[in-house]
Design a protein around this ligand. Structure first.
Ligand SMILES: [Zn+2]
Ligand SMILES: [Zn+2]
Ligand SMILES: [Zn+2]
Ligand SMILES: [Zn+2]
Length: 585
């Protein structure tokens, strides 16, 4: 089959279905999609709420709980331990399939009657505000994180992260602050794409560095200051002259960004990719459009996925084989359209379910087999009915599609779609999405105005944890517009203050959602553009950079092309892997 161009039914833009995609659709017997890959991604994200938390009642115990579902959600919500107990029976909500009606309508009708799990979080200790997370201890306001301790305000803390705050994609690291895509780092501040670094600040793309400040693209260096090699004494002198005030931090941050602009960047973030495209990727083979993924093979249209093979359209998963259209799933084989489910085999259209095999259209089930719409059948009966429903769904045009947008329990602005593809309320409503305005007023009364926030951590008293601090974004109309999710004011915990003291960083002047928005703005978008390598030959390599000379293309322009998340109009110098490697040693 050749590549085919289709028009997306949602955004009305043309998109391409690749030959490999057709092979996959034939293999799992679904028709080719009618939406482009970005619209399909947004549809999955709409069904995922990581950050919009509410105080509400548990509908079983009446206790006050924290939940991803707003207080007026049209279904019951149970707190974690009740939901997981045997006090209620999800099979009691089972029903027959009605062949005179579409599947999704019946599924949604059933789902609305069944208790929902307050937060998608498991097996964590003292981490009440952690969502889409598991195996954490003493964590606060984190999402998509696991096996970490004392981590705060961020997402994707993985593999034993310890005592860190305001980070995104942090692995096996400790004492980090405002870091993004950093692995095996310790005591790092305002760094991105750094690996195996210790006591490094305001740096980007550094590997194996110790005691470096404001460095970009350095390998195994010590005592470097904005890419300049210093003696230990001189380095310490300069470090002491940095007073750690909020103004000094802003200045260093600006200087780092300036340095980045003048130096070549590799066209993607990551390592070890073979015949693959994407960004923030590691060990990826024969895969297209993988974003924040590792160890995937034969996949496409993937986001935040690890250890996945032979799959398409998968978001936030781990250990997946031959699946299609999943969101928030761990360990699944031969499944299609799953949400928030674990250990699933041969299942279709299931949500919030655990350890199922051969189930179809089920919600809230645990350790079951041969169920349809939460009703159990004998094996043969299940096979017969399943085949009949698939035929029915092919006629209604539902087969192969993820749960429709209109059945998402979240408004556009509550969902993760708002983080990667932000819209104003007007834009969202115009596109047919729903929007949720919080009913409870954010009537925090600041006890400390922005101007009174101490510049340096050394001048900050412990009593700061008793203050309600006004968020700086509230001071200007521009700030308010850019930070729609602003909570207007915020407090900090003693644990958090302890980290700021340890790392010598000033307390934040913005609330957590505003800090998150700022951090995410530094990341490249989850889109790719086709570009040429910027390396124009030996003579034109930026003079501030170490010119290693002898590129394979000599004096001529590099002929290499690639798909990159750096849009063509961006200022960065973007290099192919070969040219980039010759510049970085
Ligand atoms: Zn589209
Ligand atoms: Zn704010
Ligand atoms: Zn090149
Ligand atoms: Zn070159």
């Amino acid at each position: 089959m050749e590549a085919q161009t289709k028009n997306c039914q949602n955004c009305k833009k043309d998109f391409t279905i690749e030959p490999d995609d057709f092979t996959f659709y034939e293999k799992i017997k679904v028709p080719p999609p009618t939406l482009c890959s970005q619209c399909r991604y947004i549809r999955r994200l709409l069904d995922r709420n990581e950050w919009s938390l509410y105080r509400r009642k548990c509908d079983f115990t009446g206790e006050n709980i924290v939940s991803i579902y707003r207080p007026d959600a049209p279904f019951p919500v149970y707190k974690q331990d009740i939901w997981k107990s045997d006090t209620w029976d999800p099979l009691s909500y089972g029903r027959d399939f009605d062949f005179s009606r579409p599947f999704f309508e019946q599924y949604d009708e059933m789902r609305r009657t069944i208790p929902h799990l307050a937060l998608v979080a498991f097996d964590s200790v003292n981490s009440e505000y952690s969502n889409q997370s598991q195996y954490n201890k003493d964590c606060y306001m984190v999402s998509a994180s696991g096996s970490s301790e004392k981590c705060m305000y961020g997402n994707w803390y993985q593999d034993n992260c310890y005592f860190s705050a305001d980070c995104s994609i942090l692995g096996k690291s400790e004492f980090c602050y405002e870091c993004m895509n950093c692995w095996r780092c310790s005591s790092c501040r305002w760094c991105e794409d750094c690996f195996d670094c210790v006591s490094v600040s305001f740096s980007s793309d550094c590997h194996g560095c110790i005691n470096c400040f404001g460095c970009v693209g350095m390998r195994n260096k010590q005592y470097c200051w904005f890419n300049e090699q210093l003696s230990k004494e001189e380095y310490e002198k300069r470090l002491n002259s940095f007073d750690g005030s909020r103004n000094a931090v802003a200045e260093m941050f600006r200087k780092k960004q300036e340095l980045i602009q003048g130096l070549p960047r590799k066209y993607y973030h990551g390592t070890k990719i073979f015949s693959s495209t994407g960004d923030y990727i590691k060990n990826i083979e024969n895969s297209r459009l993988n974003f924040n993924c590792n160890d995937n093979k034969d996949t496409a249209y993937m986001q935040d996925a690890g250890l996945t093979t032979d799959s398409l359209d998968i978001t936030e998963v781990l250990t997946i084989e031959r699946c299609y259209e999943l969101q928030g799933v761990a360990t699944a084989t031969r499944c299609m359209v799953l949400r928030s489910s674990w250990v699933m085999t041969d299942c279709y259209y299931c949500d919030m379910s655990f350890s199922l095999s051969d189930c179809f259209g089920c919600f809230g089930l645990r350790q079951k087999q041969y169920c349809i719409l939460n009703k159990a059948y004998a094996k043969e009966e299940y096979g017969f009915l399943k085949a009949k429903i698939i035929e029915h769904m092919k006629k209604t045009g539902e087969w192969g599609n993820y749960f429709p947008e209109k059945f998402s329990p979240f408004g556009y602005n509550e969902s993760v779609a708002q983080i990667y593809f932000p819209l104003t309320k007007e834009e969202a409503l115009k596109k047919g999405y729903t929007w949720y305005d919080r009913k409870e007023e954010r009537n925090y009364k600041p006890t400390m105005e922005t101007g009174a926030i101490p510049q340096r951590i050394a001048d900050t008293p412990d009593s700061i944890t008793e203050e309600v601090i006004q968020c700086v974004s509230q001071l200007t109309e521009e700030g308010k517009r850019l930070h729609e999710e602003c909570t207007t004011a915020f407090r900090m915990t003693p644990l958090e203050l302890g980290l700021y003291r340890k790392l010598g960083v000033p307390i934040p002047s913005k609330c957590f959602p505003c800090r998150r928005t700022d951090r995410f703005a530094l990341r490249n978008p989850r889109k790719l553009w086709h570009r040429k390598c910027n390396c124009a030959g030996k003579t034109s390599v930026n003079t501030t950079y170490i010119n290693r000379g002898s590129h394979f293309h000599g004096e001529a322009r590099c002929p290499n092309e690639f798909d990159t998340s750096y849009a063509p109009d961006r200022k960065e110098i973007v290099y192919c892997e070969t040219c980039y490697q010759q510049e970085t040693v």
